[in-house]
Write a protein that binds this ligand. Sequence first.
Ligand SMILES: [Zn+2]
Ligand SMILES: [Zn+2]
Length: 598
Amino acid sequence: MQVQFWGTRGSIPKPGPTTIRYGGNTLCVEVRTARGTLVIIDCGTGLHGLGLKLMAGGTKGLTGHILISHTHWDHIQGVPFFVPFFVPGTVWDIYGPKGLNQSLRDTLAGQMQHTYFPVTTDEFGATVRYHDLVEGTFEIDDIKVTTQYLNHPALTLGYRLEADGVSVVYCCDHEPFTRALADGHGVSVGLDQRHADFVEGADLLIHDAQYTAAEYSSKVGWGHSTGEFVVNLARRANVRRVALAHHDPLRNDDAVERIIANLRDGLGADGSSLVVSAAAEGEVIALDASDARAAQAAIAGFSALTPLEPALVQRSILISVADPKIATALGDAARAEGLRANFCASAEAAHALIAKDPPSLAMIDRDAARDSRGIYDAIRRIEDDKLPIVVVAGDEDDADGVKDWLITPFTESYARTKMRAWVLREACRWARAPIPKDEERRLNLVRELGLFDSSPDERLDRITRLATALFDVPMATITLLDEHRQWFKSRHGVAAQESPRDVSFCAHVIHLREPMVVTDALQDDRCADNPLVRGEPRIRFYAGYPLKLDDGTCIGTLCLLDTRPRVMSESQLDRLGDLACIATDEIRATDTKKVRRA
Ligand SMILES: [Zn+2]
Ligand SMILES: [Zn+2]
């Protein structure tokens, strides 16, 4: 994969003798995969130069994809001057965050109204398709693209591109959620941790670093980062190389270089291998998978993106549209994404379907003749506004509660992107537990214990029985976790003997190596959409205590389950811990006997 900077400046173009080395054009980045897929990230004034280069290469078969982070001027001002847009036969797909009030298409068209520019977007000769994005993943040819919202006054998406065995992450414009992190110290939590997870292991991170920590106090809330924050973030997230971008227009080349030198000095002190540079207009960075291997291996198995990527299988979409052609197209799109498509034509049918197969998304048209409004209201009543509803229509209106629109006509790939984004986002409320760092060793130890698929053990059954009585819960288990499943060595009140690892609450405890209490699963983003919560046995409360061997290895859990939300006091949790210790002792005793026998 090859990356070229065509614009690196933030806010306003600043060409001139003092910005020759790092450039005066506003942000525009060209990404090419080995197979030739062209992705342009942001359309600042640098886009003009890139357009000319593309024209020089010949326009026959010219096609590309444009990712727009947000529609502040410094990120879109090159659009009217991108010559290939005016060349018939070239094809461009433009992706960007869906604005709250208008589509990406309308926003871009706004800056080309006749008041501002002689030619409107309607006069583009090229085929230009617009795609509104939310958070999620989608594919552009051989590139997997993941999007995540950044912290900026405008709705802004960061992009993570993975192809050719390497990854590039682009985060402009972004301010740390926790402002105290701007000085480059401190530990990320919450949304900042989510941001760190998003950039985890990147071979190249292109990040907004408009300010220095010293300047930040007068720039709080402006939506930009400091170089110190970005370097700290990159180190924590195992980034290989970071290119600071969105250079302040007041910064000349010497000032940029002083900042980079300072940041490198800070790094040198403790031997970090992170490469820090300032993005320079014209600079080309070739990313080679062979260099990347170390970074990838380091995050393999517990990539921070994995727990956010839920299984799409077992999920369904409720579709209610009158037009048979649109219904078929939506059904095909859903199935292509591995989703079940359930169709209904009345409020009653919607009721019945939602009870039978709780959907992750509803897509409804605006057909007065068959009371689509009634269906819409019925779904909102049943689902209490929790189910995202995408309205399929020729135009947007101001109906309340609508999460998103699918404007007709649409392509199948566009419908799929939308479904995927919504279902993925919805599904983020069901996170698979990350794989523990010591997983291989842990699995070996668990296997050595020889407890999997063994017959019931009264000494352990006594403990789960006691736990249900002591805490007045209907269910308790002693759970062991292997590669693909959780298996109940002892269970009281639980019908199943095992279930997939993906749905396991206990897997979170084993990853954390600490007790975990979920007082109400429906309110918890890790498990609200877990099939064990949405379906039988309808778990609402969970308390799990790790079963740890002397060396800290966590082999399983003792856990309590209830179908009602509940709270647990500290002393109760301590008591659960005592029971967990007894269970661990019994398991260890079994192991010793086995070892003696051997
Ligand atoms: Zn900007
Ligand atoms: Zn901005």
